[in-house]
Design a protein around this ligand. Structure first.
Ligand code: SIN
Length: 536
């Protein structure tokens, strides 16, 4: 899947859209993945809506989602069982109420998606449900086999483009305008013409997705640069869970190519991990073997790789019927085939890759951030659902459940709103100011720093080194003026926040593993909340 190049691609952009006379919208939605589009489509019932997206409308992480969307719709399943699995995966930091909202409202949102035109795969006239790691029941709905995200994104993008929503592509939001403590609009840069403009809005919704591009190796597309976290933090919103970043255990590893996700659903169907000596190894790490929680599987793979001095291990599909491999995983089959790997015969070389940001802009159960008028939903948000480790395929569900809640809340009279108060315990951080003491840096340098020091296995010394280096780079991010310099500045800020949060948490829990504090500790059974110090 190609990412669009703003310099080459020439569709609707702000410069041409100066014909867009309207500058005030009831809803400003930033991001066009499933979270943004679901919120936007819901919001059209209540007022004018603009979707701002820095690439093309489909240039999103959603498009690449494979495995699917988890929901307790199976005969022997229930929201309570789904809730328990989610809480177990969250390693003590999930918010029970948020998880209850997710799992109990999930089935209704699945119905909404079906009504919108998403057609999930079926077996014998019933929706097919797959098993993924740490789920007690098969409950993962999928579409087009392993093309679930693409089906959702294209369906919702088509609806948005044929509705009365204004969709502005190549429009990079560079800041959230806050007046008298309330979000009132956004500043926007056209990523092709560099024209700047402003929009005002009654409700500003961050739905910018994740930050996989912070790391050298990621399953995420080029657009995933943590912009929404940087926007929220700079506007004064609180963040939480920034030390928890999930690596997906199985991304296709071939020298010189961008990692490509090999869905957990492949292991759900029976694939097993094999080291370079040809030995299955997961029995040495966890009772759930290849379907153990993702952090356990990723660390096990890193350990096996280091023992055999190799950059990858293999995924062995021999227990999966050959025709099922092709029919159930057509995208994986085709991509592997393009690289000369025939999954009906060959094992797949894989290595872990950065995949999902559990932390983000802190919200309540209605997607409200600590800035009235500013909402967040999807990967950019931290609703409390995922805790220290996300259960596979819960993220697409979270986007739709909380996107709908955002809009529902926005329709209430202000007097009926329960705002998310700022926390007294928030740790206030002051990012270094830009200075004349510039150093040379590149995106690749930031990605390497993050991968080597703030990745799957961290320690205090490396984290300190990364935080210092990222801090020096931040000082050199002087007045970004185009899409790539804004993205690099956002990546550096978000990387620095991840390194700082990881330094603060002196234990190992879920996806946060520190070799100098390898055990979980009851002293750290709280969320770490961060806020920019120069904002009241
Ligand atoms: C996958 O298909 O393994 C990814 C699903 C997810 O990350 O939730």
């Amino acid at each position: 899947m190609q990412d669009s190049n703003p310099e080459e691609d020439c569709r609707v952009s702000l410069s041409k859209e100066n014909s867009l006379m309207q500058k005030h919208f009831e809803y400003i939605v930033i991001g066009s993945g499933i979270a943004g589009l679901f919120a936007a489509l819901e919001a059209t019932k209540y007022g004018s809506v603009i979707v701002l997206t820095k690439g093309s409308i489909q240039d999103t992480n959603t498009l690449l989602a494979q495995g699917g969307i988890a929901a307790a719709i199976g005969k022997d399943d229930s929201p309570e069982i789904h809730m328990q699995d989610t809480i177990d995966a969250g390693a003590g930091l999930s918010d029970r109420e948020a998880v209850n909202v997710l799992t109990s409202e999930g089935p209704s949102r699945i119905n909404d998606l079906i009504k919108m035109g998403v057609s999930f795969d079926e077996i014998n006239g019933r929706i097919a449900l797959a098993l993924e790691g740490a789920h007690a029941r098969p409950r993962v709905l999928h579409a087009g086999g392993d093309a679930t995200g693409a089906h959702m994104e294209l369906t919702l993008a088509h609806l948005a483009q044929t509705s009365n929503i204004d969709v502005l592509e190549y429009a990079l939001v560079t800041s959230i305008k806050v007046e008298s403590g309330r979000a009132v609009g956004v500043e926007v840069l056209d990523s092709q013409s560099y024209v700047k403009t402003q929009f005002t809005g009654s409700n500003v919704i961050l739905a910018t997705g994740g930050a996989g591009q912070l790391f050298k190796s990621t399953t995420n597309p080029l657009v995933a640069t943590g912009d929404g976290v940087a926007l929220g933090f700079n506007a004064g919103a609180e963040l939480t869970g920034m030390e928890f970043y999930q690596f997906h255990p199985t991304a296709l590893f071939l020298p010189g190519i961008r990692p490509f996700l090999i869905s957990e659903a492949v292991r759900g169907e029976g694939a097993r991990l094999v080291n370079r000596k040809g030995d299955f190894f997961m029995h040495r790490y966890h009772e759930k073997l290849d379907l153990a929680p993702r952090d356990v599987v990723s660390r096990a793979i890193i350990n096996e790789m280091s023992e055999s001095n190799s950059e990858y291990v293999f995924l062995d599909l021999s227990l999966i019927n050959k025709s099922t491999r092709m029919s159930r995983f057509p995208t994986i089959y085709q991509v592997c085939m393009d690289y000369g790997i025939d999954i009906t015969k060959d094992m797949i070389p894989i290595a872990p890759a950065a995949h999902y940001m559990m932390g983000g802009v802190r919200t309540n159960l209605w997607g409200q951030t600590t800035i009235p008028g500013l909402y967040a939903c999807g990967e950019v948000s931290s609703t409390g659902v995922h805790g220290a480790n996300r259960l596979a395929s819960n993220s697409l569900l979270e986007t739709v459940v909380f996107a709908r809640r955002v809009i529902e809340n926005s329709t209430r009279p202000l007097s009926a709103n329960t705002f998310l108060e700022k926390t007294k315990q928030a740790i206030q951080l002051r990012p270094p100011e830009a200075s004349d003491n510039k150093i040379n840096f590149t995106k690749e340098l930031v990605q390497e720093l993050m991968m080597d020091n703030v990745g799957i296995i961290k320690n205090g010394t490396d984290l300190m080194k990364a935080a210092d280096r990222l801090s020096s780079i931040l000082k050199s991010c002087i007045e970004p003026n185009n899409r790539s310099s804004h993205e690099l500045s956002n990546m550096t800020l978000v990387g620095w926040l991840m390194a700082e949060a990881s330094l603060i948490r002196k234990e190992s829990r879920g996806a946060h593993f520190r070799s100098d504090y390898p055990k979980i500790s009851s002293n750290w059974a709280e969320n770490i909340i961060l806020r920019k110090s120069d904002v009241d």
